[in-house]
Write a protein that binds this ligand. Sequence first.
Ligand code: ADP
Ligand code: MG
Ligand code: MG
Length: 875
Amino acid sequence: MKKYVYFFGNGKAEGSGSMKELLGGKGAGLAEMTNLGIPVPPGFTITTEACIEYYNNNKQYPEGMWEQALEALKRLEETVGKKFGDPKNPLLVSVRSGARVSMPGMMDTVLNLGLNDETVKGLAEVSNNERFAYDSYRRFIQMFSDVVLGIEHGKFERILDKVKEEKGVKYDTDLDAEDFKKVVDLYKKLVEQELGKPFPQDTMEQLKLAINAVFDSWNNQRAITYRKINKIPDNWGTAVNIVAMVFGNMGNDSGTGVAFTRNPSTGEKEFFGEFLINAQGEDVVAGIRTPEPIAKLKEEMPEVFKQLEEVYKKLETHYKDMQDIEFTVEKGKLYLLQTRSGKRTARAAVKIAYDMYKEGLIDKKTAVLRVKPEQVDQLLHPMIDPNEKYEVLAKGLPASPGAAVGKVVFTAEDAEIWAEKGEDVILVRNETSPEDIGGMNAAKGILTATGGMTSHAAVVARGMGKTCVAGCGAIKIDEEKKQFEVDGKVIKEGDYITINGSTGEVILGKVKLIMPELSGEFAEILKWADEFRKLGVRTNADTPKDSQVARDFGAEGIGLCRTEHMFFEGDRIDAVREMILSDTEEGRRKALEKIKPYQKEDFIGIFKVMDGLPVTIRLLDPPLHEFLPHTDEDIEKVSKASGIPADKLKAKVEELKEFNPMLGHRGCRLGITYPEVYEMQVYAIMEAACECKKEGVDVKPEIMIPLVGHYKELAILKEMVDRVAKEVMESYGVNIDYLVGTMIELPRAALTADEVAQYAEFFSFGTNDLTQTTLGLSRDDSGKFLPLYVEKGIYKEDPFVSLDQSGVGQLVEMGVKKGRSTRPELKTGICGEHGGDPDSIFFCHKIGLNYVSCSPYRVPVARLAAAHAALLEEN
Ligand code: ADP
Ligand code: MG
Ligand code: MG
């Protein structure tokens, strides 16, 4: 018989911390803590395997599961000395979900299960605390009805609010036993009304229904959305944990809390967390009452605090990582209910990894692996320009760092709709709930009125790397009117606000944001990453300023310098248009002579910044049509400025128009048809290089020909480049080490890479165009249907964001192999958007590219991802 149930209790567990896949994260943690001798209430875990089989089995338990659960329940009764469903001294349990990786708020938990009209009396008697018994009962009815029976939780909240209002009190803690009896009666009536039958009194039925609900919650919409966003497979399933209840709501010597062994926001080595006196777990997470900082526990329950400190030290040394723990205190006795590796901001991840290495807890490789490439993007997030002056409207908790500017919206749905239209939005809510996950993802930042540092909004925002200000009590939200009020000021939907998740500030209007720099521990960790990575990291940059940013971020050269942007700047565009409009080669050459000095200046600027590093310059790529005016109005303007008659201009615009410009007269085709254009560019590059070299700059130009499909295109153009280069070098009397290579961005080029490599000293895979041409999918038009393709799982991700490895990837791999078969020392790299995407970088490492090239702000991400690729391959 397969084992579906694992018991833990009395200092011993059948499972262990290494069994996450089978027991889920929570179950494995409970087992491990039990084995470590940490106080955990006893219980048992039903495996994820049972959940998977439940789904495969048409939602029937696999054979033997229920019998094993009943056996474990009996063992639990013996351990605790209480009986489940016993009207005299009832055992109560929590039924808790727990997947392999923690999915905060995604799955549902039921507390105080085992209460009914009879057992509640027994509980009141043995505890000698009627208030506590009925408080637990009303909690149970509400949670069970919400999670298991599907009755909206707000309906219960309103009843509770009404009872409080009638009594004239604010908090649950102000209600007494009689009040809770009233609440229980009203709750039961509500359930009967909603369901057409009474609240289930049979405790065994309660248990079964709750287990089913946990299994079923694996496939509720918010769990599915969360999995999609976080790339968690749908077929992992969840475990169910059934744990003897311990009670934080037994009075002022009881309570419950959430804590981190280090500060999850800054990474500081300090005990960090929150707790509530006389409360049960969900109260802290749901943000109903505002919890107290953990430091206060030291004053209020010094003994418990000391125990807690011991526990957290034990856990950190054991797990060698920062832990996120949940605990409850029952009449002065501490119990741990959960431990997991804590979610943290990028800043905290860096600091903790660095510190733990310095403390000797982990080695360098582990430290590097602890910082996730996707996550460090956060560190490169905008912050408020320190030179800005602004007025703070209100202050909340600094729940997730970075700053964000956007228009206010009040529902998750609006956030998604507005973001879809390209608006930056800040989602403003009283508190967020798991249903809001899509909107939170779409928003630039999140602002909540209630809830603490461990509220849903805060935890999820930190995980997503979103700016979040939580618990900003000063704002009064009116969801119906779609506005909020602070100090008499009204902020309406669509108004701009700025929030600072590092300080908790909420600011009216737009404030200028700036990008941060690399420094301190982060720079250090990246240096360690550099020790391990095999891939080079270059940048895509076409101005000296961007080049400098990238170099400061650790770029080892430029992998793509586009020259077309230079054609637009200032009054150069006039000369460019003159060139395009002239009908003779001579006319074109005259115009090009005007452009050349500008181009040369551009290159000199970039060469100087990149002193000592290679600079790959791509010759002109876009169709000429893009440089001409298009509307009548613009044509008129250009005509006036240039003296070219408007009708002649119009005729030229017509003539150059293409049905399919992406597949039209562009790339090296321009170089073949108008050799003088590319010639001018090569003169500019080589003259710039020679002049720089004379000044002592170490220049390494790499001239790149775009959109080659046939090796003969490259043969012709390489000959031209070499001829011009020779001429320039001779006239300056200097020698430059330059390379000539090509982009591989057409399937034909990849397929014939062995031929192409005869003329190319390097290949740079232009995976944007290569994706477009391989998939036959226009980058500019696919927005209308590609998201649906991703939703339906046809492509796991947008192939323009993350490389389509099994399709386009094959061409890249083939290109590298074939190219190197002709020219073993061929340099290969990638310069599409994919060069900054961690998954794609893993792929580039695997197939042995020499480097990736990405936008300047992605360079640190790429350095880290390349190190991870190398380290994970080692393992
Ligand atoms: P989540 O995955 O949402 O964190 P949990 O299963 O951890 O859900 O339950 C949430 C909270 O409920 C816990 O942090 C704890 O405070 C409380 N809780 C769960 N089980 C018990 C229990 N057996 N006794 C007391 N409190 C519990
Ligand atoms: Mg939960
Ligand atoms: Mg929990």
